[in-house]
Design a protein around this ligand. Structure first.
Ligand code: ADP
Ligand code: FDM
Length: 212
């Protein structure tokens, strides 16, 4: 029996913008409306590659900057067969960070161009919708202190934010900017509406290829 495919929906944004909270809310809402929906997150720290990345983020190990960038990308590619299978089965995938975080974080380091950073992720399943949760650094700071992981400093996060702004100029990706400075419920309402629209559209189209 053939079924209509699920949608690939990604949430991006600065640290503490509410990505994880909103991914969970969206999956719950879609499931309650009778859809099969599942959450994924990148990095997926459960695989062998993910464990190398996790140890790096926790500063338990050091990795050369190009190397870790390629590991983040490999961590997405290793999930592609499973992602495609689930989308074909009609499952909507709600993903916490994707290749856009990959590019924004590495290209915030000195000497890395956007173009170089995008290359290894070219051809990944293309999200039907990428929602960028926009929150200014002062509001983010009110949601708690930075943790101790790598990249959790305000100077680095400001550069990351600039790189996201550059990535959002690319009209080949279906970006939507969401004002994340509102209550969890208000933000969720917008995200749910945009997601429902894209789910109806995506089911009649093949999954695209990112940046190709
Ligand atoms: P992210 O995944 O983007 O880092 P989280 O979803 O983990 O963000 O949220 C970071 C913190 O902010 C959590 O303590 C969460 O409960 C809180 N939070 C999330 N969304 C909101 C919101 N709209 N208003 C206030 N606090 C929020
Ligand atoms: N990150 C995340 C990257 O540097 N590259 C990537 O490709 C991805 C997906 O890893 F600092 C960074 C972003 C963040 C950290 O943190 C992951 P969370 O709390 O697990 O999202």
């Amino acid at each position: 029996m053939s079924c209509r495919r699920g949608a690939l929906i990604v949430l991006e944004g600065v640290d503490r913008a509410g990505k994880t909270t909103q991914c969970q809310e969206l999956v719950n809402a879609l499931q309650q409306s009778g859809r099969a929906a599942e959450m994924m997150r990148f990095p997926d720290r459960t695989t062998k590659i993910g464990q190398l990345i996790s140890s790096y983020l926790e500063k338990k190990s050091n990795l050369e900057d190009h190397t870790v960038h390629l590991l983040f990308s490999a961590n997405r590619w290793e999930m592609v067969p499973l992602m495609k299978q689930k989308l074909e089965q009609g499952i909507d995938l709600v993903v916490d960070r994707y290749a856009f975080s990959g590019v924004a974080f590495t290209s915030a380091k000195p000497g890395f161009s956007l173009e170089w950073c995008m290359n290894p992720d070219i051809g990944l399943p293309k999200p039907d919708l990428v929602m960028f949760l926009q929150l200014n650094p002062n509001m983010a700071a009110n949601r708690g202190e930075f943790g101790i992981e790598r990249y959790e400093t305000s100077a680095f996060q400001r550069t990351v934010h600039q790189r996201f702004e550059e990535l959002m100029q690319d009209s080949s990706v279906n970006w939507k900017v969401i004002d994340a400075a509102r209550t969890i419920e208000e933000v969720h309402k917008d995200i749910k509406l945009l997601s429902e629209d894209i789910i109806s559209l995506a089911q009649n189209q093949p999954v695209g290829e990112l940046w190709r």
